[in-house]
Design a protein around this ligand. Structure first.
Ligand code: AHR
Length: 502
């Protein structure tokens, strides 16, 4: 068995973990909304038509904030289409996904759903086909109490209290040629600046995120960030980043190392934020909103066969295996390692569309493999993130050099009296014997439980017929010897090791 060591110290503080790190995303795309969260004919549907079985799983996952309504969809969306009497709402061609949008669900229904789910809404405005005027009207409709055209319209639609939506995205992936209304950094920077100003003039309490790059591989990264922030620094709070990973060539070792690239992407984006702050002699620090991240590749082929202009077709329905869950685990650890600068993150997406939760129309809902790392992090990675000093065997891949077999971070939560270590063993061959030196925390903590997600078959998946094939289990054997915790991490595993104050 190979060996790995972690040195932990209560003083190795990265930063406080913002609860919005456990956000997700629901777009009007495929079956995310229709037959995902909303299915009025479903046996579990509530009085508003929302599936109770799905709501329960979302609550179990502990999702804190949900980005809406897109994604690429938002860049062609007229938000007014989704409010007011349902019978008067238009059917529209959605050019981003080549489907028909019925507008049965719009922002008021979504806000009601989010409330039931216990999550905050993060609203995106259309900066593809629209601009400051539609955005300021939307803020007025959502957040102004009353006594003005748009706020009174909301009241006339039966929503007396304002939604008080705090976090807003200034468009979506505006650096991507696939985006409706794609722009250069200059064009977008100017538009985002003017839009931000009027949105804030309507409601000065809102927080704004400006589009950064859609991935580290974008040819305009990182000069895009610099140009856009030079235009918007004074008016925004967050730079938004997106990343998806896939294993298209079956190179598992390289796929498991992808979070190394995510880490580099984050560090460069932070450098761009700090460069603009310095250049502007600014006091404000721009933080990151990593508002789309996940594994996405299984469904690419199937999506090419979808009939255009269908209503809620099964698009982007990736079925995730164990290895995908480990990559998601590594991505979560990477986000936590930057808890000082990443204040919002959204697993993209939440239901059916590249999602931890799957549904069958008229049938059951179940947890995909990637549900579990997110669940464990949202439940136990609270309080303060602590850096880990890791010594582990290294390996090279075609993209990365010196990748450690062990990926890890720790968190400490004083109220619960818990110290938690999150670790992925990337080894395809063997278990890792892990020794954790609890420096400065000697005798303070005792092992409470060690949760493991692993499987003999790295390709194992959960399905409607077999929903619990890949599920976490408790592993015995974690022991404390003086100030050293000794624990075995099975090969290809996600581990949550909880210690409680003695
Ligand atoms: O999440 C799916 C899509 O991925 C989103 O619509 C878009 O923003 C990204 O390219």
């Amino acid at each position: 068995m190979q060996e790995a060591k972690i040195t932990l110290d209560r003083d190795f503080v990265i930063g406080e973990i913002d609860p919005r790190l456990y956000g997700s995303f629901l777009e009007h795309l495929g079956r995310a909304i229709y037959t995902g969260i909303y299915e009025p004919d479903h046996p579990t549907a509530d009085e508003l038509g929302f599936r109770r079985d799905v709501l329960e799983l979302v609550r179990e996952l502990g999702v804190s904030i949900v980005r809406y309504p897109g994604g690429n969809f938002v860049s062609g969306y007229n938000w007014e289409d989704g409010v007011g009497p349902r019978s008067e709402r238009p059917r529209r061609l959605d050019l981003s996904w080549r489907t028909v949008e019925t507008n049965e669900v719009g922002l008021n229904e979504f806000a009601a759903w989010a409330k039931k789910a216990g999550a905050e809404v993060m609203m995106a405005v259309n900066l593809g086909t629209r601009g400051p005027d539609a955005a300021r009207s939307l803020v007025e409709y959502c957040n102004h109490p009353g006594g003005s055209y748009w706020s009174d319209l909301r009241r006339a639609h039966g929503v007396t209290e304002p939604h008080r939506i705090k976090v807003w995205c200034l468009g979506n992936e505006m650096d991507g040629p696939w985006q409706i209304g794609h722009k250069t950094a200059e064009e977008y920077g100017r538009l985002a600046c003017e839009t931000a100003k009027v949105m804030r003039w309507v409601d000065p309490s809102i927080e704004l995120g400006v589009c950064g790059s859609s991935g580290e591989g974008m040819p305009t990264f990182p000069s895009w960030e610099v140009t856009v922030l030079e235009h918007t620094y004074e008016h925004v709070d967050y730079l938004s980043l997106h990343t998806y990973f896939g294993n298209r060539d079956g190179d598992l070792a390289n796929f498991l190392a992808q979070s190394v690239g995510m880490d580099r992407f984050i560090r460069t984006a932070i450098a761009a934020c700090d460069y603009v702050q310095a250049k502007k002699r600014g006091k404000k620090r721009i933080n990151l909103s990593f508002d789309e991240w996940n594994v996405w590749y299984h469904s690419n082929e199937a999506d090419r066969k979808i009939e255009p202009w269908s209503i809620a077709p099964p698009l982007l329905e990736d079925i995730y295996n164990l290895v995908d869950a480990l990559v998601v685990g590594c991505m979560l650890i990477t986000l936590l390692k930057h808890a000082d600068r990443i204040k919002i993150a959204c697993l993209a997406q939440l239901v059916n569309v590249i999602a931890p939760i799957m549904t069958v129309k008229g049938g059951p809902a179940w947890r995909q493999t990637i549900f579990y790392p997110f669940l464990h992090a949202s439940r136990y990675a609270r309080g303060t993130a602590l850096a880990t000093l890791v010594r582990a065997p290294l390996y090279d891949t075609k993209q990365f050099e010196a990748v450690p077999l062990l990926e890890a971070v720790a968190t400490v939560e004083e109220e619960r009296g818990e110290l938690v270590i999150f670790a992925v063993n990337r080894s395809q061959e063997e278990a890792l014997a892990l020794e954790v030196e609890l420096r400065g925390m000697r005798a303070a903590y005792r092992p409470l439980e060690h949760l493991v997600l692993a499987n003999d078959d790295p390709q194992a998946v959960n399905t409607a017929a077999e929903p619990y094939r890949v599920a976490p289990y408790l592993q015995e054997g974690a022991k404390l010897e003086d100030d050293r915790l000794k624990v075995i991490l099975p090969r290809l595993s996600w581990n949550t090791i909880r210690l409680r104050k003695a």
